[in-house]
Design a protein around this ligand. Structure first.
Ligand SMILES: [Zn+2]
Length: 283
């Protein structure tokens, strides 16, 4: 049986994809654990094949029953072979060509592409062909450890469900607060604001690592927005938008490189209290 114990937030978001009798063409599920992602992918696939308007999954029709028993002929799971490190090109090609075959039982068929962070960029580009112009009767549910592993063009074709931070890492409230302060400080002309924002990092290596990771994702969002893409960190939607509007792309890329370099040097830098000073000066 499936584990349907998802948070109210996830359930609401998932249901919203099916509002007014609609059904999503492509969904990306990311964050959380592999089990959670797969459970949610199966639930999404079940809702697509059920096709019961207003109350999918109805849990009573043949489509729902077969989905629950993992024997639905229109739910096809594709993943990397066990003895390989990543998806095989031939498997992805097969998906692209067979996506045009009509479903057997349901009105729609669903490909679950499980753990696409293990799919090469070349294969993701192959997949893009079908995501751009999918047959009306075919849907795709992708799962990935994190959304950043998915190429931008694929990202722009999917609706997203975020189960939480990648690999089960939960950012602490403290880290979220510091990054929020930093995001404000980078727009300030005053050095003092930057010093103040990075002050909590002094002497706290764990927090520094966390903040740097998060701030890198934040900057990646700002760069994506600046280049016409989408932001991924829901906690910082407004701030990444503001930063992307007020700073040039050149400045954003420079900051990104700086913070990435500081992150790389953190592990072998015994003098990490200095990092906040460097961060301050170079932002
Ligand atoms: Zn049903």
């Amino acid at each position: 049986m499936m584990n349907n114990n998802f948070s109210k937030e996830i359930t609401n978001k998932l249901n919203s994809f099916f509002a007014d009798g609609r059904s999503p063409h492509a969904v990306l599920i990311y964050g959380g654990s592999e089990d959670e992602r797969y459970s949610l992918a199966r639930l999404t696939a079940k809702m697509i094949v059920c096709g019961e308007q207003d109350r999918t999954p109805c849990d009573t029709c043949e489509n729902c029953r077969k989905a629950d028993e993992s024997i639905h002929p229109d739910i096809i799971t594709v993943t990397k072979p066990e003895d390989k490190k990543s998806f095989v090109k031939a498997d992805v090609k097969k998906v692209v060509s067979e996506a045009h075959l009509t479903p057997n039982d349901a009105l729609k068929k669903v490909y679950i592409l499980s753990e696409v962070h293990l799919m090469s960029e070349e294969c993701q580009n192959l997949l893009l062909k079908i995501l751009e112009e999918p047959p009306t009767y075919t849907a795709f549910v992708l799962t990935s450890q994190n959304a950043n592993a998915v190429i931008g063009t694929v990202l722009s074709r999917v609706v997203r469900l975020n189960l939480g931070n990648a690999s089960g890492v939960e950012y602490s409230q403290k880290a979220l607060d510091v990054v929020s302060e930093l995001a404000t400080a980078v727009l300030s002309p005053y050095e003092y604001d930057k010093i103040k924002a990075t002050a909590p990092l002094d002497g706290n290596k764990k927090l520094t690592a966390e903040v740097l990771e998060l701030f890198i994702s934040f900057l990646r969002d700002a760069i994506a927005l600046r280049s016409g893409g989408k932001a991924l960190l829901e906690d910082f939607e407004a701030q990444s938008k503001e930063v992307s509007e007020k700073l040039s792309l050149g400045k954003l890329l420079e900051m990104y490189d700086t913070v990435c370099a500081i992150r790389r040097s953190l592990d072998n830098n015994p003098n990490y209290t200095l990092l906040s000073a460097i961060l301050c000066v170079r932002l």
